[in-house]
Design a protein around this ligand. Structure first.
Ligand code: NGO
Length: 662
């Protein structure tokens, strides 16, 4: 069912288009249409390749990416489209022509040019890939259609996986597509069902996740399969080519993986789903950066053969976003999470409250967001996450093996709360909203019982939004309270956090309080973290001179602050977490985390500019063994990430220390 011309006028326009095409190609027009999984077809010289018309490819329903095989052809096409007044944009060397019209025009053209192509074209235009999401009859038929198998075979496939959740079925659908594509390229050997079955059973992965049966697990399958799909395009010599995911002992720890790439298969073995996920991320990094752009996905991709046995050095590999000083939408946070996943980071700490804004809905204290959520630094609009939005962020992150760590900063950094509820101050008077960037001036009234009721309500509500065991209570930069009163406050809050079944995390300042060894201290400047290490507690390292992503790169950097240091890429790389703090041995270091404070950052691209490429440094410090890293080697590897970050649309700082590849 091709979308036909919709009016007389259209038919005329299409005819003209056909004529132009015929002329420019001297009467020879071939059309080839393909989806991501159909491999790279061998069109003739004048083949027009219509690529990926699926909305779930991120291109959008009415957009078309058109590639020509040679530059000359691409110029011809461009001329043609310009003549027909079709706007286009160039992304990563690929031209995108928007509008449903051009899609229809090309479809129509294809019918005239080569009726045999109608079938494959309609497969794409009807985009059955969108439909592989549930077991309803229509979907199964669509699935069968995509795979080129009979509806009965498709139903059998679904039967076999009946009982799995929607996402799992979707994932299997994708797997199936992948297999079909590989099989097509191997000239249709063996029945589809057999291949599907053997790949699934060898993986053991679906079953393992099925055992978990959680929403997160389903999200993970989906994400994993998406990425496997990307790897599915690898171009190796003919034969049965497969991606195999296996759960099994590797001796590489719970997050480690063993990746073997040979001409016959790509195999990842890991003890946990997280390990498989990281193996996939490595495949992703081994593939050319063009895979990061939807338009480039169906090119022939080559992946080097070899074996990688890999596992992380630290359990905590984190970043922090300060969404209080300037608010970031949930969508922007998800975008950031995607980037963390690429670099195998596993914690995202969200600094949800500060003097300038309260960013999370608390149902028992509604004014926190109704009043405290309104502003931000500089007087902008602010904002907050509803609990539902926050839950979505949590599960989006979990699907990428990233744990969200929520922070409510107290007893200082609380002006937004004090502006919302006067009873949290000792004088009972609500504070005015604050839009500046000073610190240290606000404090909860630590003598008031109301304050502890408030803390308990907040911890309970936030704790319920995330399955993670941690609540970060800030505790930094308190100038308005005596040391004794501060310590007593921290101890009481620790009890509250524990009473809600969570472990407390706090900034370095909390160390002198009588902390449980299960509490975690986050070092950021000279402090007494060693006291906590001595009592058997764990420390997260966020040294401001090394890991503060809000510090300027050099004196010419416009964004950011510089109170701790100027931190170019090498400064953040050249240090050793295992011996950084006296009295905090490597065994006490839980891991590292890079905070991105947002006093000067207004929009997502500002956040990205400060985070990248330094976040790649953090990833390496968190993951690689000290013996395996040197600056000279790192800077060359990082250089290759320039095109990848560009393809992902990340606004990153092109440090002159790195010989960036174009
Ligand atoms: C400090 C302060 C934050 C600032 C940040 C700016 C900590 C833990 N408290 O770090 O409020 O935003 O510096 O670099």
């Amino acid at each position: 069912m091709l979308p036909g011309p919709t009016s007389e006028e259209w038919i005329a326009a299409l005819r003209r288009a056909v004529e132009v095409q015929r002329k420019v190609f001297a009467g020879h027009v071939g059309i080839e249409a393909r989806t991501q999984y159909e491999g790279v077809g061998e069109g003739g010289d004048n083949t027009l390749v219509i690529d990926r018309l699926c909305e779930d490819d991120g291109i959008g329903r009415d957009e078309v990416a058109v590639f020509y095989r040679t530059n000359a052809q691409s110029r011809v096409l461009e001329d043609t489209l310009v003549r027909f007044d079709v706007p286009y944009q160039v992304i990563g060397g690929t031209k995108f022509y928007e509008r449903a019209e051009i899609r229809d025009a090309i479809a129509y053209l294809s019918v005239l040019a080569n009726p045999a192509d109608t079938v494959s074209l309609s497969r794409i235009l009807n985009s059955p890939r969108r439909g592989i999401g549930n077991t309803s009859e229509g979907r199964v038929l669509a699935w069968a259609n995509t795979m080129g198998i009979t509806p009965l075979e498709a139903i059998e496939g679904v039967e076999r996986v009946r009982g799995l959740g929607t996402a799992a079925i979707k994932a299997i659908g994708r797997f199936a597509e992948l297999i079909v594509s590989l099989r097509e390229r191997a000239e249709r050997r063996g029945p589809v069902a057999e291949l599907l079955e053997s790949t699934l059973s060898e993986s053991g992965y679906i079953e393992a996740l099925e055992a978990e049966r959680t929403v997160e697990a389903e999200g993970r399958i989906e994400n994993l399969q998406e990425l496997v799909g990307m790897a599915g395009e690898f171009d190796v010599s003919s034969g049965r080519r497969r991606v195999v995911l296996a759960r099994g002992a590797t001796g590489l720890g719970p997050e480690g993986y063993d990746l073997t790439i040979s001409s016959g298969a790509v195999k990842i073995t890991a003890e946990s789903a997280a390990g498989l996920f990281y193996g996939i991320q490595t495949i992703r990094q081994l593939l050319p950066s063009s895979v990061e752009h939807p338009a480039a996905l169906s090119r022939a991709l080559r992946i080097p053969a070899g074996q990688i046995r890999d596992g992380p050095r630290f359990a905590w590999r984190g970043a922090m976003l300060d969404v209080s000083r300037h608010f970031l939408s949930a969508g922007d946070v998800r975008g950031f999470i995607d980037l963390l996943a690429l670099y195998k980071m596993n914690r995202l700490h969200l600094h949800l409250s500060d003097d300038q804004g309260w960013r999370i809905e608390i149902k028992s204290w509604p004014s926190l967001t109704a009043i405290g959520g309104l502003g931000e630094v500089g007087g902008g609009q602010g904002g907050f996450y509803t609990q539902d939005e926050f839950r979505e962020i949590v599960s989006y992150a979990a699907a990428r093996f990233i744990t969200i760590v929520p922070e409510i900063d107290m007893p200082g950094h609380t002006n937004a709360a004090l502006a919302s509820y006067g009873e949290l101050s000792c004088d009972g008077i609500a504070r005015a909203p604050y839009t500046g960037i000073r610190v240290g001036f606000s404090a909860l009234c630590v003598e008031r019982d109301t304050v502890y009721r408030f803390v308990s309500d907040v911890v309970r509500e936030i704790g319920a939004l995330t399955p993670a065991p941690w609540i970060h209570i800030g505790g930094d930069e308190v100038e308005k309270i005596s040391h004794d009163a501060y310590r007593a406050f921290i101890e009481r809050v620790q009890g509250i956090v524990q009473s809600h079944g969570k472990q407390m995390i706090g900034w370095g300042e909390i160390s002198p309080a009588n902390l449980s060894p299960a509490t975690i201290v986050q070092h950021w400047k000279r402090d007494s973290s060693f006291v906590h290490a001595a009592r058997g507690g764990k420390v997260i390292l966020s040294p401001s001179k090394k890991l503060y992503l809000d510090m300027k790169y050099d004196s010419a950097t416009v964004l950011g602050l510089k109170w701790a240091a100027l931190i170019d890429v090498r400064d953040s790389y050249d240090w050793e977490p295992g011996v950084y703090l006296e009295g905090v041995a490597e065994s006490s270091v839980l891991g590292i985390e890079a905070p991105l404070w947002s006093e000067t950052l207004e929009k997502r691209s500002d956040f990205e500019y400060m985070a990248f490429p330094r976040l790649a440094v953090v990833a390496e410090l968190g993951w690689s063994a000290a013996a395996n890293r040197t600056w000279e080697n790192f800077r060359l590897r990082l250089a290759a990430h320039g095109p990848r970050l560009s393809a992902l649309g990340v606004n990153f700082y092109r440090s002159p220390q790195i010989p960036w590849l174009q």
